[in-house]
Ligand binder design. Structure first.
Ligand code: UDP
Length: 381
């Protein structure tokens, strides 16, 4: 089966990292078409996945755009659409991995007469999207998609609540290459030394810097923890959230935490960095569609505390394979950090449970087989 994958982003967010794993088994007969140039293209190339940048100018529509702004971008979309239609004729199926990819993919599917699969990595709610964008996404998916793969039950439910046809949907979680999450003790201590983390209780946060990812909640919690607790913030402002980055630095300075918070920027050595942590914190203030970092922490054998909403609730059972706290509540988060600091044995058992469960549940081979089965089924009709 020849697949044309479409993704709007040149930057590697969670949806893009997931796409690498999905596209890999098809790399000798697939193409990833991007709507923007950037480091995601390089990552795909490193994985030997054919990639082409279809548009060099980023599309002006944003998650919160209104109808007028959406219509204004039509002129920009026409050449991109023509390119996708022409390319799609050489493939059996169009696989849209993001919202703007859905818009172009849906029209291309109609014009090139190719079936459309939409991989939904978002919670389609007003918290994340404008009414216009929601309506466009749901209408196009309902009308043109043969299959909507939701990355969690939370994403699936939001799609249906927004008017999406339930019968189109299947839930498939993200898959992970389990062996990539094993790090040797010597690599861990080398990294800890490099980053000046020896003797500290390290809480890691791995996410792009964006207000709803809630890095500020972790900083507020840190102020309520003993001095040996240190935070590493791994990730960058991928989508222009520079004001938030400034706010975070100001918050750290105002709380006198400069020596206890390290901003490491975007990194590609996530498994090693997670292994160098004592606890991984996920602090999203809005429901997370899936939460790759939660699973990654589990696979690294590190305890994880997550904000109790959205997909995170499908991944974590409180005090069984991790901890859940109320989103936005820094005091509750501080309590969990302090518990992990003190009760190391119970915490280690929870982390080890989590690793065992996650290694089975999110094994990329199993997940890719689920997708392959769905795609094969699609072609039976
Ligand atoms: N990530 C990364 N480098 C960083 C920060 C994050 O590679 O510096 C990865 C992280 O390991 C995870 C992904 O980015 O695989 C983020 O996915 P998640 O589902 O947590 O959030 P999203 O970006 O999709 O909102």
């Amino acid at each position: 089966m020849k697949i044309l994958f479409l993704d709007q982003s040149g930057k590697p967010g969670g949806a893009e990292l997931c796409l690498i794993d999905i596209a890999k088994p098809y790399r000798d007969r697939a193409l990833v078409g991007l709507f923007a140039d950037g480091p995601f293209k390089t990552l795909l190339q490193q994985h030997h996945i054919p990639v082409e940048v279809f548009a060099t100018e980023a599309i002006a529509v944003r998650k919160q755009s209104n109808l007028l702004q959406a219509l204004a971008s039509l002129g920009q979309l026409a050449p991109l659409l023509a390119k996708v239609v022409q390319t799609a004729k050489e493939y059996d199926v169009i696989y849209a991995n993001t919202q703007k990819a859905l818009v172009i993919g849906a029209l291309a599917s109609f014009l090139a007469r190719r079936p459309l699969v939409y991989h939904l990595h978002d919670i389609l709610s007003r918290e994340h999207f404008s009414q216009t964008n929601l309506r466009i996404a749901v209408t196009l998916a309902n009308r043109f998609a043969s299959l909507v793969i939701a990355n969690s039950q939370a994403s699936q439910i939001a799609f249906v609540q927004a008017g999406g046809r339930a019968e189109l949907t299947e839930i498939v979680y993200n898959g992970f290459e389990v062996k990539n999450y094993q790090t040797s003790e010597s690599d861990i201590s080398h990294l800890q030394q490099q980053l000046g983390l020896q003797g500290k209780f390290v809480v890691g946060h791995f996410s792009r810097l964006a207000p709803w990812k809630g890095q500020h909640i972790l900083i507020a919690a840190l102020a309520q923890c003993p001095p040996e607790v240190t935070v590493i913030l791994v990730g960058d402002a991928l989508f222009g959230e520079q004001d938030y980055v400034q706010q975070l630095h100001q918050q750290v300075a105002a709380m006198g935490l400069e020596n206890r918070v390290k901003f490491l920027g975007f990194r590609t050595d996530i498994p090693q960095l997670m292994a160098a942590c004592d606890l991984v914190a996920h602090t999203s203030t809005s429901p997370e569609p899936f939460g790759r970092v939660i699973v990654e922490a589990m696979l690294c054998g590190r305890p994880v505390v997550a904000a109790k909403a959205g997909g995170a609730m499908e991944l974590v059972e409180n005090e069984i394979n991790g901890f859940l706290v109320t989103p936005g509540e820094s005091q509750e988060l501080a309590q969990v950090i302090n518990t992990c600091l003190q009760q190391t044995e119970i915490t280690a058992t929870i982390a080890s449970n989590a690793r065992a469960i996650a290694s089975q549940r999110f094994d990329v081979t199993v997940i890719n087989q689920q997708i392959a089965n769905l795609l094969t089924h699609l072609f039976k009709y």
